[in-house]
Ligand binder design. Structure first.
Ligand code: KIV
Ligand code: ZN
Length: 512
């Protein structure tokens, strides 16, 4: 690392950091998100595969479903420790402990703002409540993690007093929440250093992203010796969210050389699962897990990356379970277009590839996105390739629908064969999808891993786009996309484009 030597001696880095995952608790507090116990179990199993040390599974006092979810997760026998949140109230602690958790996370705010307007308590009363709650939770035989809510807006000396009270009462570790994302990295560093000295306990931080500083603040805590970091997958959580697990972990491994127990290869899969089950989609430009995090369009970058990926990539996409993507657009250059055409098995000479590039740039200048499918259609037209030469194509899709549901009849050309199928389902999209999968079932085993359809933005030319992730006969995961007017046609065409890629891969045509 070019700059690491510049900083040696400035840090008090721990050798290893434990990841306290709060996706199922603070993450679920994202406005509009509610998970069923079954969905929480599915995410907990994946978090365990990811290797988080502690799973904060929920806040059991809030509902019966929450109690069931936490206790179901406790019964899974995962390697991660399971934790539940509780206010400094006996009943909260009892309900949390009775779910069978290993850890209870008790919290009481310490800032004057919270004491005055929310808790209506004096500082002395708060100290007594913290001591009583920690002692009581300890007496119930669990590991106790204490959080001083709104720590970063708490007067420093009183914060240290509260943390010492919790430590003396038996708390096993102490957390410093930046509840409204109000701290800056240097402040977090100072608070963590003081808390370590005053309590002698492992220190955690729980940073919110109101100012976009949650990850920087969390890393700053590690620089000062914090051994536990609270984080959520995709950074979901209250308001602007919590610190992103994937960003913190990759930074710790790559930039700081600090170990965690996280299996980096599981990051993308976990991120997709959390996005799917919470309905909180990942911004395209999000670090590590966003669609564009390993995508390259501009000619200079693509040229560099094709020469050696490290020119424009800080880590290999495969490290976090992803793949590099070259995208066609107004900034493309000939190297990128050549590369993509080869991916499609279209071996064009330079002059024709340049014609494709010009068309791509013209579309870009008109403000249009050039999807893989669009690029392929342009290239096939320029190459003069008859559309019927395609390995798989849609010959017909008839849909009739009424208030009871929809009937779809589909015909496909696969190689030299025509296959047909029909299906009735709740909606035109669902019926078309199942007719397609029925038609394919005699020819190949298609597994749909994920699909996303965006029909929200209106434009007279383009009203809908779909992206699917699939495998064919247990192949590697491939992405198919399509654009158009009708959601059912677009989804079917996206799947067909993914299958065609798989068939090209299988035939070994023009692959990298
Ligand atoms: O943000 C916060 O302060 C919390 C506490 C419950 C730790 O989520
Ligand atoms: Zn929080």
């Amino acid at each position: 690392m070019a700059w690491r030597n510049l900083l040696s001696g400035e840090y008090n880095l721990p050798e290893r950091v434990s990841i306290f995952d709060t996706t199922l608790r603070d993450g679920e507090q994202t406005p509009g998100v509610a998970l069923t116990p079954e969905e929480k179990v599915e995410i907990a199993i994946q978090l365990d595969k990811l290797g988080v040390d502690i799973i904060e599974a929920g806040f059991p006092i809030t509902s019966k479903g929450e109690q069931k979810a936490v206790s179901d997760i406790c019964k899974l026998g995962l390697s991660a420790k399971i934790c539940a949140l509780a206010r400094c109230e006996k009943n909260d602690i009892d309900v949390a402990v009775d779910t069978g958790v290993d850890w209870v996370h008790v919290f009481l705010a310490t800032s004057d703002i919270h004491l005055k307007y929310k808790l209506r308590m004096t500082r002395e009363q708060a100290l007594t409540k913290i001591a009583e709650a920690v002692e009581y939770a300890k007496s119930r035989g669990v590991v106790v993690h204490y959080s001083a809510e709104d720590a970063t807006r708490t007067e420093h000396d009183f914060l240290m007093k509260a943390l010492k009270v919790a430590a003396d009462a038996g708390a096993d570790s102490i957390d410093i929440p930046d509840t409204v994302g109000f701290a800056i990295p240097m402040v977090i560093r100072k608070i963590v250093s003081s808390a370590k000295a005053v309590t002698g306990k492992p220190i955690a931080v729980h940073c919110h992203d109101d100012m976009g500083l949650a990850v920087a603040n969390s890393l700053s805590a590690v620089e000062a010796g914090a051994e536990i970091i609270h984080a959520t997958v995709n950074g979901i959580g209250e308001r602007a969210g919590n610190a992103s697990l994937e960003e913190i972990v990759v930074a710790l491994h790559t930039l700081y050389g600090v170990k965690t127990n996280i299996n980096l290869q599981e990051i993308y899969k976990t991120s997709k699962l959390v996005a799917k089950l919470t309905g909180v989609w990942i911004p395209k430009n999000k670090a590590i897990v966003g669609e564009n995090a390993f995508a390259h369009e501009s000619g200079i970058h693509v040229h560099g990356v094709l020469g050696s990926p490290e020119t424009y990539e800080p880590i290999m996409p495969e490290t976090v379970g992803r793949k590099r993507k070259i995208v066609a657009g107004k900034h493309s250059g000939i190297h990128g277009i050549d590369f993509m055409l080869k991916e499609y098995g279209l071996d064009m000479d330079r002059a024709k590839a340049k014609e494709v590039l010009e068309r791509v740039k013209t579309l870009g200048d008109m403000g249009m996105r050039v999807s893989d499918t669009k690029l392929k259609a342009i290239a096939e037209e320029i190459a003069g390739k008859p559309r019927d030469d395609r390995l798989i194509s849609l010959k017909g899709l008839d849909i009739t629908s009424n208030m009871n549901g929809a009937m779809a009849r589909i015909s496909l050309k696969i190689g030299d064969d025509i296959v047909m199928a029909e299906s009735f389902d709740k909606s035109p999209v669902a019926a078309s999808l199942s007719a397609l999968l029925n038609a394919l079932s005699s020819k190949m085993n298609v597994k749909l891993i994920d699909f996303k359809i965006d029909a929200t933005s209106y434009s007279p030319d383009l009203t809908c786009e779909a992206e699917v992730v699939l495998t064919v006969n247990d192949s590697q995961e491939l992405v198919g996309e399509a654009v158009g007017h009708d959601p059912a046609f677009v989804v079917v065409n996206a799947i067909i484009s993914g299958i065609e890629k798989a068939m090209l891969h299988a035939a070994g045509e023009g692959m990298v």
